[in-house]
Design a protein. Structure first.
Length: 418
């Protein structure tokens, strides 16, 4: 009988003995606990002993079915830190506010010639380049300046035919027919590349020119030069390209994850480390295909600047004004404590009282972050010293449960280059 009573008492006493076993916890990672001294496998800090009062409180909070109070997964009981300790820790706070954040995406872009202002020059007749007046890529030419001189047999024949036509006009019916024949001859010469001045000189001198100059149809820079003196050229060949001096594009590299936020018409603020100044423009077009090298989308912004100010090929900084976010609770990013799968903050509830709350986060814009749940407007969040206060709450077993809140996918806006 005595032996049976002994074993019953031993079985009943076992839970209470195990409950009194020492528990060591990491001050920074409350999920790391063990029953003997050691070091945290995450940060390497020495584990500290929890008091028996804290262990008992922890068990009580986990067994609400037995009639005990369970800690809320979002908020925790208060703990006290007197003013002297707060000064020693350098505790600082900021007020949570409800407002809409205006994000901007920081990217880089390269200056390029505007393709719609580029003129590709082709010869109108096949022949040989006798003289090249513009022989350097990058040279600037004015409208009407000579580009090259060509010997084209078809052009020689067309001049001879035109002179024969002029000499035989008197044999062609009335004046209207004569004018029609003359216009057809002039049109043929113009289509072969001769100017009105060259045709008038032909009419005046009555002499065929075996070499003919070709002139620049617009002012601009020679951005492609594909010929040399003596080369044989044909109409399907582009011999050079002229780009307008004030026709520039900024081609922005957009990370694909922002494809649903970057839109045509959004304002872009542009600056350069090399050139002093600030430029603005709007996104005119977003190319649908990813760049095979950078794996980014390309957005085109026309620039109101000339190539003397912004060199073609240079890289500029650009800030895109993204759509305004929905109004939510906003706090400084510096107040956020990220541990494992949980985000939390330390809230100052009175002069000497604090609590730790789990929060659900949204987008990061500059130095602020959206809080979707866990805080209300007017809450005082700790922005300096919060990690020491969080450690104190961990030692007292007053942290929210780690499985309560998972952070949302966060987007960084502004102040970052992707």
């Amino acid at each position: 009988m005595k032996a049976r009573i002994f074993w019953i008492l031993l079985i009943l006493a076992t839970p209470f003995v195990s409950a009194q076993e020492p528990v060591y916890v990491c001050p920074m990672h409350s999920e790391v606990t063990q029953h003997e001294p050691g070091q945290c496998p995450i940060c390497g800090m020495d584990l500290v002993l929890k008091s028996s009062r804290e262990n008992n409180g922890e068990h009580a909070s986990q067994h609400d079915e037995m009639g005990h109070v369970q800690h809320s997964p979002v908020t925790t009981p208060l703990f006290e830190v007197d003013e002297q300790q707060q000064r020693a820790l350098g505790v600082a706070t900021s007020t949570a506010t409800r407002r809409a954040l205006q994000p901007n995406l920081s990217v880089q872009g390269q200056v390029r010639w505007a393709e719609n202002e580029q003129l590709h020059i082709h010869p109108r007749a096949k022949g040989w380049i006798e003289q090249l007046y513009v022989d350097v890529e990058g040279a600037y030419v004015k409208k009407g300046e000579p580009l090259y001189q060509i010997y084209a047999p078809d052009l020689v024949v067309a001049q001879d035919d035109y002179l024969q036509l002029l000499n035989s006009l008197q044999q062609v019916g009335d004046e209207q027919k004569q004018a029609n024949f003359k216009q057809r001859g002039r049109t043929r010469l113009k289509l072969l590349g001769m100017t009105d001045e060259q045709i008038m000189r032909l009419e005046r001198t009555q002499e065929t020119r075996y070499t003919v100059d070709y002139f620049a149809p617009q002012a601009g820079y020679v951005t492609a030069l594909n010929i040399k003196e003596g080369m044989y050229i044909m109409p399907e060949q582009s011999v050079m390209t002229l780009s307008g001096e004030q026709a520039l594009w900024l081609m922005l590299d957009i990370p694909p994850r922002y494809a649903d936020q970057v839109k045509v018409g959004q304002m872009v603020h542009i600056s350069s480390h090399a050139v002093q100044g600030h430029w603005m423009g709007k996104i005119a077009y977003i190319y649908p295909d990813l760049d095979p090298v950078t794996q980014t989308l390309t957005a085109r912004v026309p620039l109101q600047a000339d190539s003397d100010t912004l060199a073609v090929g240079s890289w500029l900084n650009a800030h895109i004004e993204l759509p305004q976010l929905e109004a939510t609770i906003v706090i400084p990013v510096s107040s956020l404590i990220q541990v494992g799968e949980q985000n939390r903050v330390v809230v100052k509830t009175s002069a000497n009282e604090f609590s730790v709350r789990a929060v659900t986060t949204g987008s990061v814009v500059g130095d602020h972050i959206q809080i979707l749940s866990g805080l209300t407007a007017g809450d005082e969040v700790v922005t300096n010293g919060q990690f020491m206060l969080d450690s104190e709450a961990s030692l007292q077993g007053l942290l929210p449960e780690s499985s309560s809140t998972r952070p949302m996918m966060q987007h960084q806006h502004g102040g970052m280059h992707d």
